[in-house]
Ligand binder design. Structure first.
Ligand SMILES: Cc1ncc(COP(=O)(O)O)c(C=O)c1O
Length: 407
């Protein structure tokens, strides 16, 4: 199933002079619109589970304690803000390497570079693919994070959709996924969520990763792993296992990694792009293209968040404190999942899924009714953030959802 590009830039083919006022309207990002809608609701008891950030039991998104310590240390010790260069903080990427690559960290054919968030890494990775092989098609499991298709459209690669998830059973449509991969041509790209699938929460099991990896390797496909929530699912290391299996089986792998969620530095924009090719030399060349593209777009990534993560990862005590705070975030996610699942057998599957997001079995009308009657805000698709609500709101939220399902 191929799909039309949604927001591709309009190319003007006639010579008539045009101004900025002639631009066509842009379809607004529905998740950003939802945040604005929730913010404007004056009801004191509103629940915003449309939002894409971790919230603690009190309903806040605090700065991690270890991040405050690192920021203080940065403030005390930083002596210059002179340019760092297009690759940003090279030591940040070096220190992050074992976390992302695990047993592959010493492989010189893999290079990583700092990017402005996971989004910056996705854009650079797809641009590199478009440069190397503009005819490559991108296999995209649906549903997926709504920003994937626009980023791929932005570099004019063709998208081929396949169904990833079956809403009625709350399970991955694994046979259909393998069928789509078997039908792809060598050189086609398959975009995979490394862990904590957004929006479904449905992650491949170890066995499914293994089977899928074998098909990707045998068919000569290029796996592109988007790993934005490492440590929010089963554990920091466990969440990287799918990517590492692909690195074992395939000569070429691309990964877009984000530290924005697992270090809770969303607005600071901290990510990285990872490339593996068959040789050290071709990886160097590919990375040179990446840096050239980055230079054209943002010249160099923002420093502050990466500089703080550099400080944390370079200090064993701070790193240990980060792991404790990360575990606390993960445990809250999984505890809220279990609690919601215990309410009604129809919500059972939520307890078996991972990360911040899952889809509720609600129609668009039911979602809108929850908004009107209970000031509960979630995406029209029924995607909700399991830790978008405070502990004190979980029972009221789940009761309203069950009510809506029955109504
Ligand atoms: C699946 C997925 N990939 C990538 C990103 C981008 O993350 P960042 O905020 O670091 O750009 C997100 C953010 O919501 C995401 O959900």
């Amino acid at each position: 199933m191929t799909r039309e590009a949604a927001n591709r830039p309009v190319m003007l083919t006639d010579t008539k002079a045009r101004g900025l006022a002639d631009l066509p309207p842009v379809q607004s990002d529905s998740l950003l619109a939802l945040i604005a809608l929730a913010a404007a609701d004056p009801r004191a008891d509103k629940i915003d589970v449309g939002v894409g950030v971790f919230r603690d039991g009190a309903g806040n998104t605090p700065i991690l304690k270890v991040m405050k310590q690192a920021e203080q240390r940065l403030l005390d010790t930083q002596v210059t803000k002179a340019y760092l260069g297009g690759a940003g903080d090279k030591k940040y990427a070096e220190l992050l390497r074992p976390t992302v690559l695990g047993e592959h960290a010493a492989d010189a054919r893999i290079a990583g570079v700092q990017t402005p968030g996971g989004c910056g890494a996705l854009r650079l990775g797809f641009q590199l693919i478009a440069r190397a092989n503009p005819k490559a098609r991108v296999l995209l499991g649906t549903p997926t994070w709504p920003n994937h298709a626009p980023i791929i459209d932005g570099v004019a690669l063709e998208i081929v959709e396949y169904p990833y998830y079956d809403r009625s059973s709350g399970a991955i449509s694994f046979a259909k996924m393998l069928e789509a991969l078997e039908a792809a041509a060598p050189g086609d790209v398959v975009l995979l969520h490394g862990c904590c699938h957004n929006p479904t929460g449905a992650d491949l099991s170890d066995d499914q990763w293994e089977q899928m990896t074998q098909v990707v390797a045998r068919r000569g496909l290029l796996p592109f792993v988007d790993i934005a929530y490492q440590g929010f699912g089963r554990g920091l290391d466990e969440d990287g296992r799918g990517l590492r299996g692909l690195l074992t089986a395939c000569d070429e792998v691309i990964a877009a990694h984000s530290c924005d969620k697992n270090f809770s530095v969303y607005r600071d924009r901290v990510g990285s792009l990872w490339l593996k090719t068959a040789s050290e030399e071709s990886t160097r060349t590919a990375m040179a293209h990446v840096l050239q593209d980055a230079r054209e777009m943002w010249s160099m990534p923002p420093d502050h968040g990466a500089a703080c993560i550099h400080i944390i990862l370079d200090d064993s005590e701070l790193r240990a404190r980060w792991l404790v705070e990360l575990a606390a975030m993960r445990e809250r996610i999984n505890a809220v999942r279990r609690r919601i699942a215990s309410f009604d057998p129809r919500l059972d599957y939520i307890g078996r899924q991972f990360g911040m997001f899952s889809l509720l079995p609600l129609s668009r009308d039911q979602v809108l009714k929850l908004r009107e009657d209970h000031s509960i805000y979630m995406a029209d698709s029924g995607r909700f953030n399991v830790v978008g609500m405070a502990d004190g709101d979980i029972d009221r939220f789940t009761a309203a959802v069950v009510d809506a399902m029955d109504g």
